[in-house]
Design a protein around this ligand. Sequence first.
Ligand code: ASP
Length: 366
Amino acid sequence: MSPMSNHRARSSSPSSDQPTRRDLLVGAAVAAVAASAARHARAEGAARPVAVASANGLEAVRRAVERMAAGVAPVDAAVDGVAIVEADPEDVTVGLGGLPNADGVVQLDACCMDGPTMRAGAVAALEGFRHPARVALEVMRRTTRVLLVGEGAARFARSIGLPEEDLLTERARKIWLYWKANMSDRDDWVEFPGQVDDPDVAWYIAKYGVIRPTGTINLCAVDAAGNIGGTTSTSGLAFKMPGRVGDSPVIGAGLYVDNEVGAAGSTGRGESVIEVAGAHTAVELMRGGASPTDACLGALRRIVSATRVPALLDDRGRPNFDVKFYAVNRVGEVGSAAMWSGGKFAVCRAGGEPELLDCAHVYEKV
Ligand code: ASP
């Protein structure tokens, strides 16, 4: 395991070294001042507006920062930013061209949250609308509800006039068939001659390397005044069980925003994020004084200790899947951490170019 910051309290001794109540109070006050000084020191280098996102959000963070610089609220800027990726068929993990479920149907999940109002909106298993984050935003703005699913979510999107279309691209359909052909030697499907050489299938294998890649976009944004918003959008786990919903549309799991503290979101194995209320956990760790990077590592550490199903562990007892968290605090510091080394995340600040930075990590990939 890589060295993660260790917040464990020193054990108290029963000797005369035992601190008095006053010592504890003074100690706490000194610690609070030190923590606040550290927070301010960190703030100096953190220009706002700022947006942080998963690695596929390089252009999305640029757009979000441009929008906030033009006066758009962070939650709207975030949704505008991820719309680029939702509309891009080259990203098979989000929006148009997203990989379908096991039945070959594209079902999208998304949510958004607005720090100043603490309101949220979400949609799950939505079919036929390429911008689920926008639908989530409209749920938040136009209704008193938070989460709409399936046909009800589609009827809502239709009712407000959003354009409906078939999201299954030719490429995604061929990749789905390739997955079916490689699932089992006991079902009815086999690989047919030339299937792997098909340019779309070959493109997929070269780009993602695995049959069921992880993907999703999370984007959290802080404007010049320190207001915060965020969104997460995905086509979910590739070839998922019909009806399966992961962390992305679940407020507190795939995204959480608190205007007093910051925002966090996730990508990767959604079930594991839901089980530790991942994004909320990261925000609460920041509330306790953790930097965004340490908060992301802390949420991952919860996943490590919660993962007990043997099928999810490698031969050394470590989670055999990836999860990444992304976080920003209200002063504009950003951070990200992944279960496994090698991950990147996207950041853009006012007046700067978007860049990809290395995620901290829990385990080193060999
Ligand atoms: N978190 C998403 C889900 O579980 C998928 C992913 O990010 O790969 O649906």
